[in-house]
Design a protein around this ligand. Structure first.
Ligand code: GLA
Length: 686
């Protein structure tokens, strides 16, 4: 018997090889594998069950009743383990099927605090093989889990958290719209009994894939739960071809949701490819969309850029409406040259003028799309995804280009490359405003990744934002090529609180686009104070999406103040450890910091029920040394009449107060009275 074990700081993955069979022994919290008894001796008799354990990779017909790693219609694969290779942080298992010549290499890596699970399927046989599906990860779940957290959503209402018990039979999330959709990445959290924000077993997983994906949690008759994750689409493997399935990022922690979230952030951060290797401070944006929609020209945009520079923005993004015939959303997509009616000299003079104001210039594009009313479509109607002879359903008046056609990929590369060469563009907002019908399958996603990779290689200093009608394409697959996600078209700060908390379950705040929008919010019509809108936007990659010139003078100054505040503190908000929690009487909080220095943001949405604000427990500080706490800012509604500040609270918002860390962890940080729709910002320093 040989044991193969892989350990992350908090978890272990253990396989046992016994004769020819390779068996799962454990995937869960960290343990010592010294002196383990053989698995067979822990297996009790169960009536109606097979006499032997089912090996690592198996197939129906050979005793496997669970979901399949590789599915081929009408074919039983007789996987044999042909190689197991292990080093300190990697385990690679190769299985082959002699009949077909298929070879599956399953990789497990303990990295960045968690695990990355990969699979490569190859065809060493003589004929093409149609693969119905490939679940790159098929994992036994640890005992003791009892809830599934997942997120669903729609345009302008992303990341709605759903809690369900572990299923009696099966839980499944499958997308068939060609992109992950507004419920966030193909991922989930599995919570152990009694697990919460800070304690208990939590397992989180997300598939790094921007196309259709299927995730399932299935219970077998013996009582075990299995997690399977993979692309939802099939494909054909040619002889000699290898296909690398999208990896599954896996976090397992005994420190509750926060522990798993921190591992997830580590796994995602490792995939980000920053220009010149490291993240520089995230420049504050001003985006033109809600400021002027399609109604702009060079003079109007320059005015807006001047107003942006005056309040301290660092990057100006010209959104939709700048290209040929794009006066509304019914025309123009596909024709990526400046509209001569609005920009008679092209974009270069505009971008130069924006740069001269001290702002980087960014540009909106939606490369995968085409309007039937465009020169591109008139010239190449066959470039759009279509089912021959069937009607082509438009959405937002547009069709989707077939990115698996090399000619389409080349056209888009040339169009974007030309823009990037001719105009000093530092940033592309890359949008995708519809579901795919007909579907583009795996080829569409591969074409997109190829195009993005070519552009990144040709223009390594250009940052890219992934947007799909807000947060319709937020995933760790596209994150390899992008540097920001547009979280939602809903800028209403109340809506944003939950959207952003859901986002951060999978992605770190530095790639979360957050904007201060107008009041009333365009998406909901609700009014909120400028302070509350800014306070809610603070933790992310901060921006403004309104015309500052239209604000009253006092609000413009206040907005400039929030921008300056964000710049002063963004080093603690981005690239750091994030902790979240819920406080008494409806408070929601998140803290971000490096272990010695923390910024704590406390948000209240609904009016308080208690007469006095109760202290906020900060469990992550337990065991640390003394902490100096200071209330830096209060944003949002404030009481019309003062209630008189007790001495301690006055000191907190003045010089600050020194507390033993355990006091803040177990007795709590004193809270100021917070009215509905307000944010308090504290700085904690060891
Ligand atoms: C999508 C985006 C918006 C904006 C519009 C432009 O809806 O999410 O931010 O760019 O497209 O058409």
């Amino acid at each position: 018997m040989t044991i193969f074990a892989l350990h992350s700081p908090e978890a272990s993955l253990v396989l046992e090889q016994s004769g020819n069979a390779l068996l799962w022994r454990h995937l869960g919290l960290k343990l010592d594998v010294e002196g383990l008894p053989p698995l067979a001796s822990t297996r009790g008799a169960a009536t109606f069950s097979l006499d032997a354990d089912v090996p690592f990779a198996s197939a129906p017909g050979l005793g496997w009743f669970g979901p399949l790693a590789v599915g081929i219609a009408g074919q039983v694969l007789r996987w044999a383990v042909t190689d197991v290779a292990a080093d300190a942080d990697t385990l690679r298992v190769t299985v082959t099927d002699a009949d077909t010549g298929l070879i599956l290499e399953q990789g497990f890596r303990a990295v960045h605090g968690g695990f990355e699970i990969s699979a490569t399927l190859g065809n060493d046989g003589p004929v093409p093989i149609a693969i119905d599906h490939l679940a790159g990860a098929l994992l036994p779940l640890p005992a003791g889990l009892d809830r599934i957290l997942s997120w669903r959503g729609r345009h302008a209402a992303e990341f709605v958290e759903c809690v369900e018990p572990l299923p009696a039979h099966q839980w499944r999330r499958e997308s068939r719209r060609g992109l992950p959709g507004h419920g966030g990445p193909p991922g989930l959290y599995l919570l152990g009994q009694c697990a919460g924000w800070d304690q208990g077993l939590v397992l989180a997983a997300q598939l790094a894939w921007s196309g259709d994906a299927a995730l399932a949690v299935e219970r077998d008759d013996e009582g075990r739960y299995l997690l399977s994750a993979g692309m939802a689409d099939g494909f054909t493997l040619q002889p000699g071809q290898r296909f690398a399935a999208p990896p599954l990022l896996l976090a397992i922690s005994g420190q509750g949701r926060n522990g798993a979230m921190q591992q997830m952030h580590g796994l995602v951060r490792a995939r980000l490819d920053w220009p010149s290797g490291t993240m520089r401070p995230r420049p504050v944006h001003l985006n033109s969309w809600e400021a002027c929609y399609f109604g702009h020209d060079q003079a109007r945009i320059l005015e807006l850029a001047q107003a942006a520079a005056a309040i301290g923005a660092e990057r100006f993004i010209l959104d939709d409406g700048w290209f040929l015939g794009r006066n509304h959303d019914r025309a123009g997509l596909g024709d990526w040259t400046a509209d001569p009616a609005k920009y008679p000299d092209g974009l270069k003079p505009l971008a130069d003028a924006v740069n001269a104001l001290g702002l980087e210039f960014g540009l909106w594009v939606e490369p995968e799309m085409v309007n039937p009313d465009s020169d591109l479509y008139r010239a190449h109607p066959d470039w759009a995804l279509h089912v021959p002879g069937a009607p082509q359903p438009t959405a937002r008046n547009q069709l989707v280009l077939n990115l698996s056609l090399p000619v389409v990929e080349d056209y888009l590369f040339t169009a974007l490359d030309t823009l990037l060469r001719e105009v000093p563009i530092a940033y592309l907002k890359w949008d995708h405003n519809r579901d795919l019908a007909p579907p583009g399958g795996i080829g569409q996603v591969q074409g997109l990744y190829r195009l993005l990779a070519r552009l990144r290689a040709a223009h390594p200093n250009v940052e890219i934002e992934s947007c799909a009608g807000g947060g319709g394409r937020i995933d760790a697959g596209i994150a390899q090529f992008t540097h920001r996600f547009w979280t939602s078209d809903n800028l209403d700060a109340v809506s944003r609180v939950t959207i952003q908390r859901g986002f951060q379950a999978f992605f770190p705040p530095e790639v979360m686009g957050t904007h201060v929008g107008a009041s009333p919010a365009h998406a909901t019509g609700r009014r909120q104070t400028l302070g509350f809108r800014a306070g809610v936007a603070l933790p992310g990659h901060f921006g403004v999406e309104l015309d500052p010139a239209k604000l009253p003078e006092t609000e413009r100054a206040e907005l400039a103040g929030w921008i300056a505040f964000h710049k002063q503190w963004r080093h603690l908000l981005h690239g750091q450890t994030l902790v979240m929690g819920e406080g008494p009487d409806g408070l929601l909080w998140q803290a971000s910091g490096d272990g010695a220095d923390w910024l704590v943001l406390v948000t209240r949405i609904a009016p308080p029920q208690d007469r006095r604000p109760q202290p906020l427990l900060l469990p992550f500080l337990a065991g640390a040394g003394p902490v100096h706490a200071r209330l830096l800012a209060r944003a949002g509604s404030t009481p019309h009449r003062g209630f008189g500040e007790p001495e301690l609270r006055a000191a907190l918002s003045g010089e600050g107060v020194r507390f033993p860390a355990d006091w803040l962890a177990h007795a709590g940080l004193p809270m100021p009275p917070l009215l509905a729709e307000s944010v308090a910002v504290f700085h904690l320093k060891a």
